[in-house]
Design a protein around this ligand. Structure first.
Ligand SMILES: C[S@@+](CC[C@H](N)C(=O)[O-])C[C@H]1O[C@@H](n2cnc3c(N)ncnc32)[C@H](O)[C@@H]1O
Length: 337
């Protein structure tokens, strides 16, 4: 472990550099402009984090001490400062996912609106490890704000987990279900294992990384905590970097990270079934479109459903469902139907 000139501890690994310091000053000093492909981060919640554990039903002996929270009255300014750094270090087209509870979500949204980052999705992450309550409903979700830095091409690996043609037993698209914006992913129950106070489940991080990055991309977590983002990134053959202000928390995981085999998660991933279509990405000829429109109308007149016709014509013409839908729409807009 090295100390940089300013006494910041920095660990350099083949997968990336990790800093034991405040992320706002640390990013300003160590991370160049437009150098990061993806940020996934879970800032302190500003709700007096040190008492959070009292609401959870778990053995606290295995939870690492040292979690640093931010006083509520400073939360707005704190959010703006780190989000401005996040915007600066992201590449144009880079994505950022911010995990937040409800209490201080408005500060994060206000800070985001003061940057040029633009909203892509608001994801609700539901988990069944809720805070215990007696006289009200049980809180069991977090917010994940998915934003992008404009002026670039955003990575979104549409078929990284499920092919577009894969269906469940009810005939629904598995790809579509996986891309809905409410996610049910349970927190990991790891009895007897040392953990950080709010560790994100690997399943959630793997999903974000699969959709929003490629092999070798640099992924940054400004609030590393238990290093779960870095673990998922290294496990999927991405590079990782990040900051954790607490020495105790930093020390707990850094040795594990050093020993980690890059790509160790890849054999565990589900392999999507991808059926390349023979005419995928080929331009439509006027004759193809005339045939498509004629067949579509003919089959509709025979009472077939739109969905079935599109699937059948897709197979016949060697094109995906969206390509068929787009071609039909375009020809309707051009008044050709
Ligand atoms: C919600 S936790 C992150 C949990 C992490 N995503 C995980 O899965 O373990 C927030 C972390 O940020 C750290 N932290 C608080 N203020 C910080 C700052 N200014 N710079 C860097 N880390 C900070 C806290 O000590 C805590 O470990």
């Amino acid at each position: 472990m090295k100390k940089s000139g300013s006494d910041v501890r920095c660990v350099t690994l083949p997968a990336g550099m990790f800093y034991n310091c405040d992320c706002i000053c640390g990013a300003a000093r160590y991370i160049p402009d437009s150098s990061v492909d993806l940020i996934i981060t879970d800032p302190p919640y500003g709700i007096n984090g040190d008492t959070l554990h009292k609401h959870y039903n778990r053995n606290e002996d295995f939870v690492v001490d040292g979690y640093v929270d931010v006083p509520e009255k400073e939360y707005g300014n704190f959010s703006l400062l780190w989000i401005r750094e996040a915007e600066r270090i992201l590449k144009p087209g880079g994505s950022i996912y911010i995990v937040s509870g409800y209490t201080n979500l408005y500060h994060i949204l206000a800070a985001l609106r003061m940057t040029n980052l633009t909203e892509v999705n608001h994801i609700v992450w539901k988990y069944s490890f809720g805070v215990f309550t007696r006289r009200k409903f049980v809180s069991s979700h977090y917010h994940i704000l998915f934003y992008e830095k404009p002026s670039g091409t955003r990575t979104f690996n549409l078929e990284s987990r499920f092919g577009l043609d894969e269906k469940n037993g009810d005939g629904c698209s598995l790809n579509n279900i996986d891309r809905e914006d409410v996610w049910l992913i349970n927190r990991e129950y790891k009895p007897g294992v040392v953990k950080n106070k709010n560790e994100l489940p690997l399943e959630l991080l793997i999903k974000l990384i699969q959709y929003s990055s490629n092999k070798g991309d640099l992924i940054c977590d400004l609030f590393l905590g238990g290093f779960s983002t870095a673990i998922a990134a290294i496990g999927l053959n991405r590079r990782a970097t990040g900051f954790e202000i607490s020495p105790a928390i930093f020390d707990t995981r850094i040795r594990e990270i050093e020993a980690m085999e890059p790509g160790f998660l890849i054999p565990l991933l589900r392999k999507p079934s991808l059926q390349p279509r023979k005419n995928q990405r080929k331009a439509w000829t006027a004759e193809d479109i005339r045939y498509l429109v004629r067949e579509f109308k003919k089959r509709r007149a025979r009472g077939k459903t739109k969905k079935d016709i599109i699937a059948a014509l897709g197979d016949e013409l060697g094109r995906g469902r969206w390509s068929i839908i787009k071609a039909l729409k375009k020809s309707a807009n051009n008044g050709e139907q």
